[in-house]
Design a protein around this ligand. Sequence first.
Ligand SMILES: [Fe+2]
Ligand SMILES: [Fe+2]
Length: 317
Amino acid sequence: MTDLSQDAVDRVDLAGLGRVDIDDVLAYLHRDLKRLPGYLDLYRRYLRQRWDVYELDFTRDTADWTERMTEVEREAFVAISSGFHHGERQVEVELPVFMLGGSEESKIYMSSQIEDEARHTVFFDRFYREVVGLPGESIQDVLDASFHHVAETFVGPFGLLAYQADELRADPENPALRVRYGTNYFLWIEGVLALSVMKITLTYCRNRGFLPGYYAGFTATCRDEARHVQAGMRFLRDSVREDPRLLLEIHETLRTILAINGATSRRVALESLGWSPEDVRRLMIRQLNMKLSDVGIGLAPDIERMIDNIEPELAGG
Ligand SMILES: [Fe+2]
Ligand SMILES: [Fe+2]
């Protein structure tokens, strides 16, 4: 932990975020989780924290990528970040259907999250184009060029999200459908998978002094994620307070997610980025348990056993 205060994380600009430690951003995310800000508070914070993705300079990153990183490191990095590249694009296009339901305040907030996710998609488009060197005229071309790196495990939570978004499209105000969608997107994809990828890749960059453009942009993305996870956990907590039966929907969705977690025939070489599978498993379990305990969502014993056996497989959004 550095001595940078939580208020500094809240206020710092894009250049300053290039010096912030990921652990401080994760602490910042969890600090507010206990008192869960309102949707308009989060919207105001968005207006203050919004950053310009075209301000990032990837010149040093390109040199690090081609001259300093090894082939094995590059492969592991691309394997883990391609799930994010595609994940950002998918949440950007699946979020409008969730925005259709809920209060007016939540709709205004959701418009900001959609813009964040669109900006994160552009961030990865620039990274893959300018640093990794993938070809393409359009954003879709670059997505297509990185697709073969995407792990099979991406299909699990993101396939489920596509299915949940389709269900919600037919009945956008349905509380049970909204809670299933929110459990997968806000709790699992953002609160566990995305934050774990952030911690792993940003720690690698920091320890090695590599990829300063990626570091600043992805740390800024993580600070955006603090708002997304707080709004999402507020939504789940408020839903259960209004109708305690919805806790069963959270449980059922977690059972589905945990049952399909880790279904893969090839493993990412996380060791080359300085992480053992056991470290990643512990990181994911900790991320999940912190979210649940901070907002007071209890679990059934069978789900707790499934959580203990989480497979260290990652994507994000
Ligand atoms: Fe995102
Ligand atoms: Fe997000």
